[in-house]
Design a binder for this molecule. Structure first.
Ligand code: PLP
Length: 387
């Protein structure tokens, strides 16, 4: 399914060569487009000032202690938590963070619950450890979790539940009430089955929330929660492969899980997160560096405002940089083909286990969005959406 996104991206490049880059409106890939120049300063500073062997040598599989402590302090300050470096493992992006947790907790045949629409690479991560993905169908009104179905689908084999907040592909943010409701159901089911169910919160878009919307920190609401984070989006460095997982002391068998996840880092072949960029993260936290949110927020306002004005239906995204739009025809792949004729590239919702919708990644220039609007208007007219 992820290959569908890549295929669309390749198609965009092919079309750009034919029609000119400025005449192709590629909304296919969630690749950040806002540079963070202070990251360059951080890299230069670290390379110049760190001891060579400390910077480039082998280290603990969990990563540099000083970097982890800096992150722990910053989380404690922001969320009133009580972490130390021991609760953190530096990872090769969010992808490897999710993998080391799943490797540590899954036995063959264990179930992992996800809420459609979702980032379908979760399927591959769960299957890596012979687990089975259990999908909760989408609530297409709100794109919040369907709690009744969730409760009904938890079994004695349920080992983990993955949420993604803010969400890819909808941009929706789960609020505190939703997290509390999920937690209450999981606690009830843990008691009923005498099992341990880990809530894994995948949060690469945590910093990308607009208009002061609160993204609840899940470890405060559920005892058995771990958080996977990545700097791919908040510092615009997905190629650098850097993130972390937090495993609080309150988690069941927390020391064992931290130990297993630390070893998993090595066993699955990541060994440790890249050392140079770990130190860059420390610098960025100390200097309060983060991506300029306003750029994405302006893009969101422009594209959401225009598309809804043309008659398209979509949930207003409070976070991430995606818009999840209802396809005017049942088969959204057909809609993608029509959009392509207008040089607009979007990804079918079936790539996120939610057919009937398409995802637009608005991490592109404001000018590209402006240029694309007449094409969206024509598409809306073609489908008779315009009011
Ligand atoms: N989870 C979600 C929801 C994502 O959208 C992505 C990347 O786009 C990832 C995880 C993987 O992030 P990373 O590049 O940090 O591994």
């Amino acid at each position: 399914n992820n290959s569908a996104i890549r295929a669309m991206f390749e198609e965009g490049k092919r079309m750009a060569a034919i029609y000119g880059k400025e005449n192709v409106y590629d909304f296919s890939l969630g690749n950040p487009n806002v540079p963070v120049p202070q990251v360059t300063e951080a890299i230069l500073d670290v390379v110049k000032n760190e001891d060579f062997m400390t910077l480039h040598g082998y280290m603990s599989n969990a990563g540099f202690e000083d970097v982890r402590q800096t992150i722990a302090d910053s989380l404690n300050k922001r969320f009133g938590t009580n972490f130390s470096f021991k609760n953190l493992i530096m990872t090769v992006g969010a992808a490897s963070g999710l993998n080391i947790i799943l490797k540590s907790i899954l036995n063959p045949g264990d179930e992992v619950i996800v809420f459609a629409p979702y980032f379908v690479e979760y399927n591959a991560y769960v299957r890596n450890y012979d687990g089975n993905v259990v999908i909760i169908s989408p609530d297409t009104e709100t794109f919040m979790p369907k709690l009744d179905e969730f409760e009904a689908k938890i079994t004695a084999r349920t080992k983990a539940v993955i949420i993604n907040n803010p969400n890819n592909p909808t941009g929706v943010v789960y609020d505190e009430a939703t997290i509390k409701a999920l937690a209450a159901i999981m606690e009830k089911k843990e008691k009923e089955f005498g099992t341990s169910i880990v809530l894994i919160s995948d949060e690469p878009y945590r910093e990308l929330a607009y208009g002061g919307v609160d993204v609840p920190f899940v470890t405060k609401f559920y005892h058995n929660a771990v958080v996977g984070y990545s700097y791919s989006k908040s510092l615009s460095v997905p190629g650098e492969r850097i993130g972390y997982v937090v495993i609080p002391d309150e988690v069941d068998d927390s020391a064992a899980l931290i130990g297993a996840a630390t070893i998993a880092n090595r066993v699955i072949g990541c060994v440790n997160a890249p050392s140079l960029v770990q130190k860059v993260i420390k610098y960025c936290i100390e200097h309060e560096v983060t991506v300029d949110l306003e750029t994405y927020e302006k893009n969101r306002n422009l594209i959401y405002g225009a598309l809804t004005e043309y008659g398209f239906t979509c949930a207003k995204p409070d976070g991430a940089f995606y818009l999840f739009v209802k396809s005017p025809v049942e088969n959204e792949k057909e809609f993608c083909e029509v959009a392509k004729k207008h040089h607009v590239l979007v990804v079918p919702g079936s790539s996120f286990a939610c057919p009937g919708y398409v995802r637009l990644a608005y991490c592109v220039s404001y000018e590209q969005i402006e240029r694309s609007l007449p094409a969206f208007k024509k598409i809306a007219e073609e489908y008779g959406l315009c009011k």
